[in-house]
Design a binder for this molecule. Structure first.
Ligand code: ZN
Length: 312
């Protein structure tokens, strides 16, 4: 596609970050259909699943099968989380394009989420790197980068220490995760600037949750600071099963709407994406937080009869 508008990458994480929080098992074929529909709508980067222990997250026990079932596999760059060397082997065997490792910037959250101190998780990341041995790029993610539900404020230095390990391992891409929706415009500005100064060659993506309603405001700050990749989940699915009160990610179709209306090119077909969001809402069986999927595009027109019915 040729366009004079600046490109912004929207990475879909709903089938990983969103589905992992769902108690009722979503059939494997349905997971694959959702990913295929997202790719068909124009999303080229998908964090599809997580190769965690099936005991820890039964919902994602079918990670390899989901990837094997995809029809539009060749049209997208597929990433998957791998919390340890065994997970990384399974992810590589399944043929993912990128491995994502993560460590929490908060000691308490890391223990709650990964059942290990940060130092041990960083050692695990080193093991994953050895197992992968250059067969796929590795993205380093930092959970709770903007605050921790157990400890409160997270120091910029705590994030920098983790990114430093990632940089020393040669990782080129980073995700700063706002796991429980504690980021604010000033905290985003402070951390993005600190990372940019210290690690200018690392490409940073921002992953916000809309827990307190300012996920897209944080995106706008990220854009102003030059960030060109954001992670989001279809219909606003998501949360963190280990963080109390954590609600959904920034919603993909709302994010695409914001970006396109602000003059950026996402390559995504918003109408098709809204269709996928509605299907996902029906699949999950409860109202999901996405707003553009309810209101439609900005220039959607109503008839006067619609208006009369509405006041009726
Ligand atoms: Zn998340």
């Amino acid at each position: 596609m040729t366009s004079s508008r600046p490109e912004v990458r929207v990475t879909e994480v709903g089938t990983r970050d969103g589905f992992q929080a769902e108690r009722e098992f979503i059939p494997t074929a349905v997971k694959a259909e959702v990913i295929d529909a997202l790719i068909a709508a124009g999303l080229t980067h998908i964090e599809a699943t997580s190769f965690v222990s099936p005991k820890a997250v039964p919902q994602l026990a079918d990670a390899a099968e989901v990837i094997a079932l995809l029809r539009r596999r060749a049209d997208a760059h597929l990433a998957a989380l791998a919390p340890n060397a065994r997970g990384a082997e399974r992810a590589l065997a399944a043929g993912v394009d990128e491995i994502v490792v993560f460590v929490s910037a908060s000691e308490s959250h890391n223990r709650a989420n990964l059942n290990a101190p940060i130092a041990q998780s960083l050692a695990n990341v080193g093991e994953v790197n050895e197992v992968v041995a250059g067969r796929a790029p590795i993205r380093g993610a930092v959970a709770c980068a903007f605050g921790c539900p157990f400890e409160g404020e997270v120091a910029v230095d705590a994030v920098l220490r983790i990114v430093d390990t990632y940089a020393n391992l040669g990782f080129r891409t980073l995700t700063l995760g706002d796991t429980t929706g504690m980021a604010t415009p000033p905290t985003v500005a402070r951390l993005v600037r600190a990372i940019g100064e210290r690690f200018p060659s690392i490409a940073t993506a921002l992953h916000f949750h809309n827990t307190r309603g300012i996920g897209l405001a944080n995106v706008v700050i990220g854009l102003e600071l030059g960030i060109r990749e954001f992670e989001s989940s279809i219909a606003g699915l998501g949360g963190c099963p280990f963080a109390p009160g954590a609600t959904g990610n920034v919603c993909t179709e709302d994010l695409v709407y914001l970006l396109e209306e602000s003059g950026y090119d996402t390559g995504v077909d918003l109408a098709a994406l809204i269709g996928v969001a509605k299907r996902v809402e029906a699949l999950i069986g409860r109202p999901l937080p996405g707003q553009v999927m309810k209101a439609g595009p900005r220039l959607r027109k109503y008839t006067l009869d619609d208006a009369r019915r509405a006041v009726g």
